[in-house]
Design a protein around this ligand. Structure first.
Ligand SMILES: Nc1nc2c(ncn2[C@@H]2O[C@H](COP(=O)(O)OP(=O)(O)OP(=O)(O)O)[C@@H](O)[C@H]2O)c(=O)[nH]1
Length: 348
């Protein structure tokens, strides 16, 4: 293979357990034959207490260069795995949090501990949102469409843009789990994965809408139009109805949120400024975030405050965000979940 100029060759051995002496002996033979540059110990975090024995048994037979911990999306939070890894004296390089490729991520100590403590993972969330920071145009459009929604001006065009943006950031369930406080909520059944599946379907339905329908949502409240959309998108009529119902609930929730925030005033572009500020901050703050000690200069609380302050204060809504706080936001998120979002997540 080296002759064919392959730069990276991965030799994957069969899974082995401490008890299986022959497999361990075989692994030593393989190691001697291929002389690897690095031996990676991949540990399934769901094996619980036996992780320690497994790690020790490995270390006794080969020299472990690095560790990958998988299945951190299950019930196991990885506490046991971490102590096992300590026995190997090798660094953790990657973690697996799902079956898809995007669920394979670089290991970050601060994020990991934060998740272990059920406190969400802000630096992970910021990483996920990072692609937006490098696309100011997209960000501006998102902020503008979000403002229209907060003012109660719902359109499928805006909604489609937002859904597409969300989907482009990665798995929705992972993003939600990264938000402090949401982690527990999301764990209850992990239905956000279903929601993101629906969202893909919704974008296909919205792709079948005419320009007029995208701009005027009321045109879609029509049985004939909905039938046409189902045919055009190759989905069930039920799916179209689900999109209409959920988007209506979401539109109401956004409008309510806009009123609560005092962001309904004319010419309010505080949201946009705040988002830009937040992303600007992120760009500069990012390098520090992955480092030891965690979050570097980025403080989500401050970012949220900047965002919220921007909305009421400078925006012209006038009333400001004085009374708005995280717990209210959470309350609202819960309301959203139990109303529109709830049904969105339960349906397939
Ligand atoms: N949920 C979840 N599933 C995972 C993760 N990592 C791997 N899997 C799944 O676990 C199953 C086994 O994964 P494999 O990669 O075949 O495991 P393996 O250790 O190489 O298996 P053997 O070497 O054949 O024993 C597959 O269905 C994977 O998709 C993870 O982080 N989360």
């Amino acid at each position: 293979m080296r002759e064919h100029k392959f730069e990276l060759i991965i030799v994957d051995t069969e899974g082995r357990h401490r008890q299986e002496e022959t497999l361990f002996a075989q692994m030593e033979e393989i190691s001697a034959a291929i002389q690897p540059d690095e031996t990676i110990f991949t540990l399934d975090s769901t094996i619980g207490q036996s992780a320690m024995e497994q790690a020790r048994a490995f270390k006794d037979r080969v020299s472990i260069g690095s560790v990958i911990i998988t299945k951190l999306d299950g019930h196991a939070k990885g506490g046991g795995a971490i102590s096992a890894v300590a026995a190997t004296d090798a660094p953790i390089t990657f973690i697996g949090t799902g079956e898809q490729f995007e669920a394979f991520e670089p290991f970050r100590a601060a994020s990991f501990v934060s998740r272990l403590l059920g406190q969400g993972d802000i630096s992970g969330l910021m990483d996920m949102m990072q692609p937006l920071a490098s696309q100011p145009e997209v960000m501006k459009q998102q902020a503008e469409s979000m403002e229209r929604m907060l003012k109660g001006q719902f359109s499928y065009r805006d909604f489609k843009g937002q859904v597409q943006m969300l989907l482009s950031l990665g798995p929705l369930d992972k993003m939600m789990e990264s938000i402090p406080g949401m982690a527990g909520m999301m764990k209850q059944g992990g239905q956000a994965a279903l929601a993101s599946m629906d969202m893909r379907k919704w974008t296909v339905i919205m792709d079948s809408m005419t320009e007029a329908e995208l701009d005027n949502a009321s045109l879609v409240n029509n049985a004939k139009v909905q039938e046409r959309l189902a045919l055009g998108a190759g989905v069930m009529l039920d799916d179209v109805e689900q999109l209409v119902t959920n988007s209506r609930t979401l539109a109401k929730a956004f409008e309510g949120m806009g009123q609560m925030m005092g962001g309904g005033g004319k010419g309010n572009n505080g949201m946009m400024q705040a988002m830009q500020q937040m992303m600007g901050g992120m760009g500069g703050g990012m390098p520090g975030m992955g480092g030891p000690g965690g979050m570097g200069g980025m403080d989500m609380g401050a970012a949220m405050k900047a965002m919220m302050g921007g909305m009421g204060g400078r925006g012209g809504g006038g009333r400001g965000m004085g009374g708005m706080n995280m717990s209210k936001m959470m309350q609202m998120a819960q309301q959203m979940q139990s109303s529109g979002m709830g049904s969105m997540m339960k349906r397939k």
